[in-house]
Design a protein around this ligand. Structure first.
Ligand code: PAF
Length: 282
C-alpha cells in the first residue's frame, strides 16, 4: 500500500492511471477506522480498479467547544486495517498541507446546511464541504464513497459536486449497525458500558417513527415530540429528531413521498447521529 502525503504524488498517480485506462475511487475518512469504514472501502472496490483512502482529522469542521483534540486517532491500527483490506493507497496530509499559510477559500452549501447538524454545529458543513472539495480536486478520482449515516453531509457533498462541476461521481454506502441496531461510529468510543447498553434507543425511536408513518401517521411534529420525550426520559439530550424531505432536508409535508427521519442526541460525552429513509410511493 502506497502512503501519499503530498498533492503532487496524487497528481502523478492520477496521470499514470489515466494513461493505463484505470479508474480510481476515494474513501475520505478521519481515521479511527471501524467496520463501517471498511464497508465503504468494499463499495469503492466494487466501483473502481484502484482505491485510496484519506485519513485527516479536519480541524475546520470542529467548533471551538468540540472534540477536535479528543477525537480518537489510531494511525497504526488504521494502516494495518487498510492493508488487510487491500486498499491501494492512503493519503495522510498534515494540517499545513491542507490549509497552507494564506489559505482562505471556503465552500458553503447554505440551504442544505442550515438545519439539523448545521444549526447545532455552526460552520461544521462549511469545514466538511471545503475539505472534501480540496480532496476531490487533489485526487481527481472517478468515484468517491461516503456513509449514508451522515445523510446531511452526503446531501451537501452531492449538491457541491453538482454545483461546482466536480467530475467525481458520489456514492453513498448503507449504514452498518451492531446487532442491537446501534450505527457504527468512531464516537461510540465515548460511551461508557452502561451508555453502550442504552445507545440503541436512538435507532429504536427512528424505527418506531418510521413504522408509524408507514401505518399512516401524518402528524410528523407529534411523532418528533414523542420521540424526543422518550429519549429525554431515558437520559438522552436530543439535538433534533426531524421528519424531512430527502431532497431539501426541510420539514416534510403531507405530500412528500421520499422522506428521511434525521436524529442526533447526546448520551454522556457522546453525540450520536442516525437516520432512516422511507418511501411512501405505491
Ligand atoms: O465523514 C467524515 O469522516 C468527514 O466528515 C469527512 C467526509 C472525511 C471530511 O472530513
Amino acid at each position: 500500500m502506497q502512503i501519499y502525503t503530498k498533492p503532487e504524488e496524487l497528481r502523478r498517480l492520477r496521470h499514470e492511471l489515466t494513461l493505463a485506462g484505470k479508474t480510481l475511487a476515494v474513501v475520505p475518512t478521519m481515521g479511527n477506522l471501524h467496520d463501517g469504514h471498511l464497508s465503504l472501502i468494499e463499495k469503492a472496490q466494487s466501483l473502481a480498479d484502484l482505491v485510496i483512502c484519506t485519513i485527516f482529522v479536519n480541524p475546520s469542521q470542529f467548533g471551538p467547544e468540540e472534540d477536535l483534540d479528543a477525537y480518537p486517532r489510531t494511525p497504526d491500527a488504521d494502516l494495518t486495517a487498510l492493508r488487510r483490506y487491500h486498499v491501494d493507497g492512503v493519503f495522510t496530509p498534515g494540517v499545513e498541507g491542507m490549509y497552507p499559510p494564506g489559505d482562505e477559500t471556503r465552500v458553503t452549501v447554505p440551504a442544505l446546511s442550515e438545519r439539523h447538524c448545521g444549526a447545532v454545529r455552526p460552520g461544521h458543513f462549511t469545514g466538511v464541504a471545503t475539505v472534501v472539495c480540496k480532496f476531490l480536486n487533489m485526487i481527481q478520482a472517478d468515484f468517491a464513497v461516503f456513509g449514508e449515516k451522515d445523510f446531511q453531509q452526503l446531501a451537501i457533498i452531492k449538491r457541491m459536486v453538482t454545483d461546482l462541476f466536480i467530475p467525481t461521481e458520489i456514492h453513498g454506502a448503507p449504514t452498518l449497525r451492531a446487532d442491537d441496531g446501534l450505527a457504527l461510529s468512531s464516537r461510540n468510543a465515548y460511551l461508557t458500558g452502561d451508555e453502550r447498553q442504552r445507545a440503541p434507543d436512538l435507532y429504536r425511536q427512528l424505527v418506531l417513527a418510521r413504522d408509524r408513518i408507514l401505518q399512516g401517521e401524518r402528524d410528523f411534529e407529534g411523532l418528533e415530540l414523542s420521540a424526543q420525550d422518550a429519549l429525554v426520559r431515558s437520559g438522552w439530550r436530543p439535538d433534533y429528531f426531524s421528519v424531512c424531505s430527502q431532497q431539501t432536508l426541510q420539514p416534510a409535508s403531507a405530500t412528500d413521498t421520499d422522506l428521511v427521519i434525521l436524529a442526533a442526541a447526546r448520551l454522556g460525552q457522546a453525540r450520536l447521529i442516525d437516520n432512516l429513509t422511507l418511501n411512501l410511493k405505491g
